[in-house]
Design a protein around this ligand. Structure first.
Ligand code: ZN
Length: 212
């Protein structure tokens, strides 16, 4: 799924870091180094609900994410077998177990609360993961840090419900036949998501997608 925190960034040379900073910083955010590599920081106070950026990139499938090796984690899952090969600056948004932003409608990174100038902008990678494959160690430091970032279905139900009501869970996860989404989420966030390509692999009871 998403970025393996820090690993790919740490290979960047200082020159390319300043080049990236110059290229991708805006009036709303800037790139800077943080404890896990490069991260995205608020360049001014950002209001709750404000869109920060659009997660964009070519669409690839699960097999292709695996071919990327350590860069597997850069892709953001938006369907059973569909991933965005995230490009800058979206690719620099790090994970937090206590996120101040989230992704709506597959692409829009929005602030979940007021983000003060200078604070790092992070989202919870588990809101976009349901693949039974990728996990990553988390050192985000939040009091509720889960230590291991994994699929949405592994989150405590209370956390799942909060994210669902915030409208920041990828729609394909809510649409899993075995999922029990909070109906309010569908009412409050009626997101029109274009039809995605059929999965290359068949959903089964084992991977949690099959109808009983
Ligand atoms: Zn954490």
């Amino acid at each position: 799924m998403t970025k393996l925190t820090g690993q790919a960034d740490s290979k960047l040379e200082p020159d390319s870091v300043s080049e990236l900073q110059a290229r991708y910083s805006t009036e709303q955010f800037y790139l800077a180094t943080c404890d896990v590599g490069l991260g995205l920081f608020a360049n001014r106070d950002i209001s709750p609900g404000e869109r920060i950026l659009r997660i964009e990139g070519p669409l690839i499938d699960f097999a292709e994410t695996k071919r990327r090796g350590p860069r597997e984690c850069m892709a953001i899952q938006i369907g059973y077998d569909t991933y965005i090969d995230t490009q800058a600056p979206g690719v620099f948004v790090n994970h937090s177990c206590d996120p101040n932003s989230g992704i709506r409608a597959n692409h829009d990174l929005v602030a979940l609360r007021e983000i003060r100038k200078g604070q790092e902008i992070r989202f919870d990678y588990s809101t976009t993961m349901e693949e039974q494959s990728f996990t990553m160690q988390c050192l985000c430091g939040a009091p509720e840090c889960r230590k291991i970032v994994s699929d949405f279905s592994t989150l405590p139900r209370q956390v799942q419900d909060r994210y669902i009501l915030q409208g920041i869970v990828m729609r394909f996860i809510l649409n899993r036949p075995t999922a029990v989404p909070n109906p309010r989420a569908l009412r409050d966030f009626p997101i029109a998501v274009p039809e995605l390509p059929r999965p290359a692999w068949q959903p089964t009871a084992q991977n949690g997608y099959a109808v009983a």
